[in-house]
Design a protein around this ligand. Structure first.
Ligand SMILES: CC(=O)SCCNC(=O)CCNC(=O)[C@H](O)C(C)(C)COP(=O)(O)OP(=O)(O)OC[C@H]1O[C@@H](n2cnc3c(N)ncnc32)[C@H](O)[C@@H]1OP(=O)(O)O
Ligand SMILES: O=CC(=O)O
Ligand SMILES: [Mg+2]
Length: 578
């Protein structure tokens, strides 16, 4: 079926490069300059075949695990022995607390890069094209523009009230900013809006190339490192692909080798089993590894989805206290520190509660978590809200005692090859199921409004935490798990819980509502629709690899088959909405 006119790829000034007509906005034209498009085209043509093969390898490995084998440790043939990553640049040696947030939100970006009212500031800010961003075209383009503004120290924003009056203005202090980093999208995602020789480009390649071409040389000229995060790697050959991309862009931009630096998230089970190999492949561009605990839990469930003895218990019960999680963090530290890279800890996923008691309890949990991370040798950690910068910083200040990092620290008593295989065995509870369902509804409500990260039940819920909930419900259904209440998890039970939680949410909204009945009505309708969308995704017969398998959900992209109707169809791809 041909594309309707507004979704038809239209040629650009660069040979072989097409842009969907609806994606050809004024903002897009500012970032998709002819030079930028030509760079993207060259990179795509060099790297596309390898990426396709790497993604096919992923599917093959998953098929083997589904057939009953377990993921195995992978050693790199050349990684044994003594080697070090390229020397860390001065501005990447101290990363005690890194704050993260969606790159599309200019106000939040400025807050991330500024001091709070208490004078505290993170050492680094990770501006996110990934877990916290819905990758709609508008968000991606706004993200690149915000990165450019942030790199120049010139980004500004305002907050207005309902009447349109400005109530707050936002600006950066270019002389007092944390290390700026961009997290690009993962290898699996296409950016369907930009096509080279008819093929969609890799979303992460596009994010990286656009940010680099617009910011890297200027950062270097000011003595700063162009720094990136890369998510969801699953094999050391993928790390090789990324490292090649970085080297190609260094060459294109006339930058010395190892100017571009990346921290890779180790947040999949297969990557956790080959961290040293991943770091080895990345060594020319490595700044460190990060224990992305939330996606790691998702990956544990996803990879072992067909293994009845490895059905994970309630999401709230799987933390860094579980042996396979604790030892994955400790092995990450050992691998990094042996080879001169920083070992970053995970995300404290709280959003400050409304009352003092809740905030105190949250702060105590953040402090305990960060004390643990600092005590085992992490060099820093993540927070998702400025409120927790101080509480997260203090344990690192204590552990580091004035040093920049803990590069000299190696975990004691860690076996050479710790058992990192997740163990099943519960607890499986109705509360756990309800939490998953509520997260699904809340997240899809945000997603439908073009938002990729929401505050919910005093937690931060993003794509990674949503994926845990989606995968867990799938796995419990698949294995007919019996809850502590005695009920078996069936599709009917999941439908019932969706009904009950939707009603509970709608009732709570009515209780909390003010005088604006119209606004309440609209909000109720949004939650009701989100509940339907989330139920459809949670009850899918097959577990799709990612909620966002392609960016066909993006505002300007056509779904497969080109019937423009599904463009607005949230939650995701056309098949998901079916
Ligand atoms: C698993 C992972 O990958 S984790 C990494 C990905 N996830 C993230 O990065 C999550 C980032 N966090 C967020 O997006 C937000 O904190 C949310 C959406 C959860 C909550 O945001 P809000 O509802 O705006 O929170 P809240 O009302 O408490 O915000 C108060 C102020 O703090 C600011 N703020 C909140 N979170 C952040 C943040 N992460 N960075 C900077 N500022 C922030 C808000 O902008 C607001 O500032 P303002 O007074 O100037 O308007
Ligand atoms: O990206 C971080 C995670 O925990 O997932
Ligand atoms: Mg993640």
């Amino acid at each position: 079926m041909p594309y309707p006119a507004r979704f038809r790829p239209a040629p650009t000034a660069v040979d072989g490069v097409a842009l969907h007509a609806a994606a050809d906005t004024a903002a897009a034209r500012r970032v998709l300059t002819p030079d930028a498009l030509a760079l993207v085209a060259r990179l795509h043509r060099t790297l596309h075949a390898d990426r396709t093969a790497l993604l096919a390898d992923r599917a093959e490995r998953q098929a083997e695990w589904n057939a009953g084998t377990l993921p195995e440790r992978v050693e790199h043939p050349a990684a044994a022995g003594r080697w070090c990553v390229a020397r860390l640049p001065a501005d990447m040696r101290r990363r005690r607390v890194e704050i993260t947030g969606p790159v599309s939100d200019a106000r939040m970006v400025i807050n991330m890069l500024s001091r709070g009212a208490d004078g505290e500031r993170a050492d680094a800010a990770m501006l996110d094209f990934e877990d916290s961003l819905k990758p709609s075209w508008a968000n991606v383009v706004a993200g690149v523009e915000n990165m450019i503004g942030a790199a120049r120290g010139e980004l500004t924003a305002t907050k207005t009230d309902a009447s349109g009056a400005v109530v707050k203005t936002y600006a950066l202090d270019p002389d007092d900013m944390p290390l700026l980093m961009a997290r690009v999208r993962g290898l699996h995602l296409d950016e369907a809006n930009v096509r080279v020789d008819g093929e969609p480009v890799a979303a992460g390649l596009l994010d990286f190339a656009l940010v680099a071409i617009h910011t890297a040389r200027a950062l270097v000229a000011r003595g700063k490192t162009p720094a990136y995060y890369v998510p969801k790697v699953e094999h050391y050959r993928e790390a090789r692909w990324w490292s090649r991309l970085f080297a190609l862009v260094e060459d294109e931009l006339g930058l010395d080798r190892s100017t571009i630096r990346a921290t890779f998230l180790i947040e999949t089970l297969p990557a956790a089993l080959q961290m040293e190999a991943v770091l080895y492949e990345l060594r020319d561009h490595a700044a460190g590894l990060n224990g992305g605990r939330w996606d790691k839990i998702f990956s544990d469930i996803k990879c072992l989805r067909e293994h009845p003895d490895r059905v994970l218990g309630d999401r709230a019960d799987i933390g860094m206290n579980r042996p396979w999680m604790r030892d994955y963090a400790r092995e990450l530290i050992r691998v990094c520190h042996r080879h001169g890279a920083l070992a970053m800890g995970g995300m404290a996923a709280f959003t400050p509660g409304r009352d003092d008691a809740t905030r105190e309890a949250q702060t105590a949990k953040v402090v305990a978590d960060k004390e643990f991370e600092a005590s085992i040798g992490h060099d820093g950690c993540w927070v998702s809200h400025p409120y927790f910068i101080g509480p997260a910083m203090r344990p690192f200040l204590d552990a580091l005692g004035g040093a920049d990092n803990q590069l000299g620290v190696l975990p004691e008593d860690l076996p050479a090859r710790p058992d990192l295989m997740p163990q099943g065995g519960g607890p499986y509870t109705m509360d756990g199921l309800r939490t998953n369902v509520r997260v699904g509804i809340a997240y899809l409500k945000g997603w439908n409004e073009d938002v990729g990260c929401v505050a919910w039940d005093d937690l931060m819920e993003d794509l990674a935490t949503l994926e845990i909930s989606r995968a867990q419900v799938w796995q419990w259904r698949r294995h007919g798990v019996t809850l502590a209440s005695g009920e078996a998890v069936t599709d009917d039970l999941v439908r019932r819980v969706f009904r009950e939680e939707k009603e509970a949410i709608l009732l709570a909204l009515c209780d909390a509502h003010g005088d604006d009945a119209d606004a309440l009505g609209r909000e109720l309708a949004r939650y009701a629709r989100a509940a339907d969308d989330a139920r459809a995704v949670f009850l899918e017969p097959e577990m799709r690899p990612f909620l966002t398998t392609t960016s066909d959900l993006a505002a300007a992209a056509p779904p497969a088959g080109g019937d423009g109707a599904a463009v607005e169809a949230v939650p995701a791809t056309a098949d998901a909405a079916a």
